[in-house]
Design a protein around this ligand. Structure first.
Ligand SMILES: Cc1cc2nc3c(=O)[nH]c(=O)nc-3n(C[C@H](O)[C@H](O)[C@H](O)COP(=O)(O)OP(=O)(O)OC[C@H]3O[C@@H](n4cnc5c(N)ncnc54)[C@H](O)[C@@H]3O)c2cc1C
Length: 640
């Protein structure tokens, strides 16, 4: 795949000056919209997960006219509901040395020095407000006996700053955001469209002015116009087919925006989560996460000997290798995800993996149960243990869980500036859909924090600065009609192929290819192979996909086909991005770039930048945004 390099790109919105004052400065500098004018301004928010739900509720509360979309039958079913483990905040309730600065530091380091300092510092500052907001809404965070909010530890941190609601933190937080959203719907400030899929952004006179959506029940194509558009459409990990994401998660909204001019940043940064239930068969369509919180008490190990097929209970202590505790004594089982995943892969590659195919390691609660008692373990993790038993048929109170890394989160996404605005004026991107705060590796429990920071606190301020110049008047009919025609043509084209293979079968093949060639470990050779194979498979797709039914009815095959088509294009850009970045950093591990201990080896001289890709008719154009570190010194990451 050919690409060219364009001029550098800069984030011009982050203020200068001491880092702790930048967000205050920006908030003060942002233009305000007076309450009477807010009513005249229309904002579209696509997505109702933690990012979109909180944003739509807050914008409605502020008095804007909001139209909200999701493809599920209820805003409450957004993928955020699946989040289990917790949400970080620098409250320091434990008095264990946490602070805004420490959360900022841990996040920049955890992201392997590939995130912007200004954004991350703001995230750490706002984290404190999120907990207060959620508590005020009645989110039932776990509490200690004395009534204080409880916390636990997550990877990449030596303090205990993760707030949680049993193993259902995302669900409880989403219910909080959802009830705030419902209140605005009842008040008439938010109009909700469920079961509507956004298929294009309308860009007129250089601004985002609306969206084209398909009513998924009737098939009708609709146009919705506004003064600004917010995308909160989640991550694209499902490009790998098998992932921990909800099956519906896809890239369509952000990919179509990319085709309209929004730059795509760091598409290759993928997070592989170390603690998932291993793949069990050819026909599996989904993988299940076992929350990272389990690593607070579970110990990860494999047999010392290769091909040791004894039952775990028969392997004596001295013949076990608690490899994370051995290699990383300072962080032990709580090393960040990228490190833990690679370590699991390494011991399995050595032939010491457990379970079918040797692709698994143990996560063992024996010591925790002996130390704390079964009841205490059950109280903390009961629903996760139950879920594990239901899926595997094994009782983790009696035998260790078996886990293996799986695709979980995408740090890449649409490029946004400090205001969360993309390269298309008026198009804002929040939550997992943007690339903003996690660099090359997200720390556990930081996605919920970022989604809610964006939705409740950052966007509602920064979008005002843009909208203060509005309303922007009538939208050019030509631009709307052109977007609508493009959507209709694409649907017609998919319906017309009438081949022999299902969209799912293409998706499965693409996903396997991505996992094998652009997964936990990437090489120049594997990426070149992928870049050769993806266009061939895409061509076959457009000549041989079979979409049953019609476009004028509920048609899940058509929905899937559209999403798989976008996954092909995204997959190609991911591989190109991974090929061009010849260093290793965080979740992007290029086998050619590792140190003597097999750890990721960055190349700061050549790659301390965000790769922001522009969609070009003659191939992608790469724009680099240099990253500067004034506060945190770039060092080789060490968790030893
Ligand atoms: C199993 C699992 C557990 C996790 N646990 C944690 C955790 O404990 N802590 C943590 O911090 N993070 C966790 N994460 C990550 C976190 O859940 C997600 O990153 C986060 O919830 C994403 O929120 P979001 O609002 O950006 O997107 P989502 O919640 O994915 O919402 C996307 C929304 O966009 C809508 N949408 C998408 N495309 C379109 C379209 N084309 N048209 C219309 N609507 C569209 C969807 O309908 C949906 O409403 C977990 C992830 C997984 C997979």
């Amino acid at each position: 795949m050919k690409y060219t390099e364009g001029p550098e790109i800069q984030d011009t919105k982050a203020p200068e000056g001491p880092i702790e004052e930048r967000w205050e400065k920006r908030k003060f500098g942002a233009k305000l919209v007076n309450p009477a004018n807010k009513r005249k301004l229309n904002v579209i928010v696509v997505g109702t997960g933690l990012a979109g739900g909180s944003a739509a509720a807050t914008l409605g509360e502020l008095g804007y006219n909001v139209t909200s979309f999701c493809y599920q039958d209820s805003p409450r079913r957004a993928h955020s509901i699946a989040a289990q483990g917790g949400i970080n905040a620098a409250k320091n309730y434990r008095g264990d040395g946490d602070s805004i600065y420490r959360l900022f530091y841990d996040t920049v380091k955890g992201g392997d020095f590939r995130a912007r300092e200004s954004n991350v510092y703001r995230l750490a500052q706002v984290s404190v407000n999120i907990i207060d907001q959620a508590v005020a809404q009645g989110v039932p965070f776990a509490r200690e006996y004395g009534g204080l909010l409880d916390t636990r530890s997550f990877g990449g941190a030596q303090v205990s700053r993760t707030f949680y609601a049993r193993g259902q933190t995302g669900q409880q937080l989403l219910l909080g955001a959802y009830q705030a959203l419902e209140r605005q719907i009842a008040a008439g400030t938010v109009t909700m469209h469920t079961r509507h899929e956004m298929l294009d952004v309308i860009v007129a006179d250089g601004r985002a002015r609306g969206v084209i959506v398909r009513d998924m029940v009737t098939g009708e194509i609709e146009r919705h116009l506004a003064d600004a558009v917010v995308l909160a459409t989640g991550g694209y990990g499902n490009v790998f087919f098998l992932s921990t994401n909800a099956k519906g998660c896809n890239t369509t909204a952000i990919w179509r925006a990319h085709e309209r001019g929004a730059y795509f940043a760091n598409p290759c940064y993928t997070q592989i989560h170390p603690t998932c239930i291993p793949v069990s068969g050819e026909y599996q369509s989904k993988l299940t996460l076992m929350s990272e919180s389990l690593r607070n008490d579970g110990r990860v190990w494999v047999p010392l000997r290769k091909n040791d097929d004894r039952a775990p209970g028969d392997i004596p202590e001295e013949e076990r290798d608690y490899y994370l505790e051995r290699i990383y004594p300072a962080f032990g089982n709580l090393v960040p995800r990228d490190i833990a995943s690679r370590a699991a892969k390494n011991v399995c590659d050595e032939g010491r993996g457990v379970g079918p195919g040797g692709l698994g390691v143990y996560l063992d609660f024996r010591d925790a149960i002996n130390r704390l008692g079964r009841a205490a373990v059950e109280k903390k993790y009961g629903n996760l243990f139950e879920m594990y038993e239901r899926i595997t048929g094994e009782n983790p109170y009696d035998v260790p869980m078996r886990i293996y890394p799986a695709v979980h989160y995408t740090m890449g996404g649409l490029w946004v500036d400090y205001d969360l605005q993309s390269t298309i004026p008026g198009l804002f991107v929040i939550g997992e859909a943007n690339f903003s705060d996690h660099g090359a590796n997200r720390l556990g429990a930081s996605a919920l924090m970022q989604g809610l920071a964006d939705g409740y606190f950052v966007l509602p301020t920064t979008i005002g600065d843009y909208l203060a110049a509005g309303p922007f008047g009538d939208v050019d009919e030509e631009a709307v009609a052109q977007a609508e025609i493009k959507v209709r043509d694409r649907i017609d084209r998919l319906m017309a192929v009438n081949g022999t293979r299902t969209p799912d079968s293409f998706h499965r093949e693409l996903g396997k290819l991505m996992w094998d060639y652009c997964g936990m470990e990437r090489t120049e050779e594997s990426l070149r192979k992928a870049l050769e194979r993806i266009p061939e498979l895409r061509e076959e797709f457009w000549n041989n996909v079979k979409v049953t039914g019609t476009a004028e009815e509920l048609n899940q095959v058509l929905e899937k086909a559209g999403r798989v088509a976008d996954f092909f294009d995204l997959a190609e850009l991911m591989c190109l991005d991974a090929l061009v970045r010849t260093e290793s950093c965080g979740g992007h591990f290029r086998a050619e770039s590792q140190d003597a201990d097999g750890e990721a080896l960055r190349d700061d001289e050549n790659f301390a930048h965000v790769s922001a890709w522009e969609f070009g008719q003659d191939g992608p154009v790469l724009h680099k945004e240099p990253l500067e570190y004034e506060y945190v010194k770039m060092t080789q990451r060490s968790y030893k």
